[in-house]
Structures are given as structure tokens and as C-alpha cells.
Design a protein around this ligand. Sequence first.
Ligand code: SF4
Ligand code: SF4
Length: 252
Amino acid sequence: MDSKKTSNVFTPLTGGVFHFNCHRDIPCFNKCCAKLRLILTPYDIVRMRKRLDISSGEFLEQYTETLLREHPRFPMVKLKMLDDEGQRCPFVTAEGCSIYEDRPGACRLYPIGRASTLVQGEQDTKEQYFVIRENHCEGFKEEKVWTLEEWVSHEGLGSYMEMNDRWLAILNSPKSLGPKEYLAKKHQMFFMASYDIDRFRKFVFESRFFSLFEITPEKKQELVSNDEALLIFAFEWLKFSLFGEKTLTPIS
Ligand code: SF4
Ligand code: SF4
């Protein structure tokens, strides 16, 4: 998450600890929830649309904008700020974040930034953490000290990091997307499988999909209603359909 009209200072997380606290009585309370360029991940969307009790299609339509130049190969999705003078986040209220338990990973991680990259030839991602000091944020003046592990646990970031890393493996894959004539179709597939989980579920259940791939009845059952399981399956499908990886087994 970054705020456009403030100068941010990124410093390495040296010593593994940082001073910070954010609470309702702090003078800057809620100031950070405006004018954001907040890129959403597939897991953010799954959590937020469930919280709002709307379909992924409705969520995308109402709350997001698609960015085509943000990533060199794939469309990204950003949370739309309100179209008023303050350009506030649509979920901020006088009491704080109205979707707090399901707020995006970037909101949870702040004031920490995480650069996570795939190293060619290695299975796991390499991580680097840094502190983002925004001028308006008074949280750094507080005495509370956190270790990175404490912060990750306090903010409930475990599942976000795990799911986001699975997706990152696709975003950062060095594998070719193949001939140009298939690119538009591959972009559409990437968008649906990454961001529009309800449409992806329809695609899987209302096409010949299950007659083409070996999927156990237990797995099918799980995919009917479990968004997280379906999202992991969507990532495996993307690796298969975009890059030709052997993540699914075709029925011969
Ligand atoms: S989602 Fe919640 S925490 Fe994130 S910017 Fe909006 S109001 Fe703030
Ligand atoms: S302390 Fe920082 S993160 Fe918390 S409300 Fe203030 S500006 Fe936002």
C-alpha cells in the first residue's frame, strides 16, 4: 500500500525490530486510509467479497479498477478510492476499518513492506522486509516494540503470505506465455482464475473440465464451496494452462 501525497521513507528492518503502535486515540487515526494505490491479490478479494456477502463479479465491478501496465505481463486489480475530495477508502468509517477482520494483506502488513521474489531454479521465495515511514503516521512515535514474527502473528498475516506466494509464483514465472495469438485468451484466463472466483467455479463445474482432467470426487466436493481450496486449484490450473506445467493430469 502506498499513499500518493506523502513522501515515504523505506528503511531496512535492521535488528529485526521496530517501534510502532496504531490505535483509535492516535491523532492520525484513519488518515492513512485514503488516496491509496492499493493493489489487491486474489486472496484479498476472496476474503473481502465473502465479508461483504457479494459475488466476486460484483466486488470487481463495484470496488476495483483494472491496471494493464502495472505488471509487465498480467493485469492487476486495484481498490478504487471514493470519488470525493478526500478520496477515502470505501471501507473506512469514523470507527476505523469496517472490514477489519478481512482487510487486505497490504493494510495488515503496514508499516512493514515485504519484497518477495522467486529465485530461478529454486522452489521457495526469497523475502526482504523493510519499514515504510510515512510522514503523517504518528505510530512510529509510540513506544511499543515489535519483532517481525510478533507483527505477522498479531496482524493475522500467515494465510495471506502463504496464498500470495502461491500467486507470486505465477506472476514471477520466467516461463513463456507462448505465441502472441494466444496472449489475449491467456490474459482473460489469468484474470478470471485470479480475481473472479465465482466465474472460475462456473467455468470448472459447468464445462467439460472434469471429463478432461483426473480430479478425485473428494476434491470436486471441496471445490464446490471452499473458496480457498478453489483458489489454490485455480493457481494450479493457471500454471498448466499458461505455461504448460504438469500441475494437472489430463485423462488419457
Ligand atoms: S481496507 Fe480498511 S484498513 Fe485498508 S485502507 Fe480501507 S479502511 Fe483502511
Ligand atoms: S498510526 Fe499510522 S497506521 Fe495507524 S492510523 Fe495513524 S497513520 Fe494510520
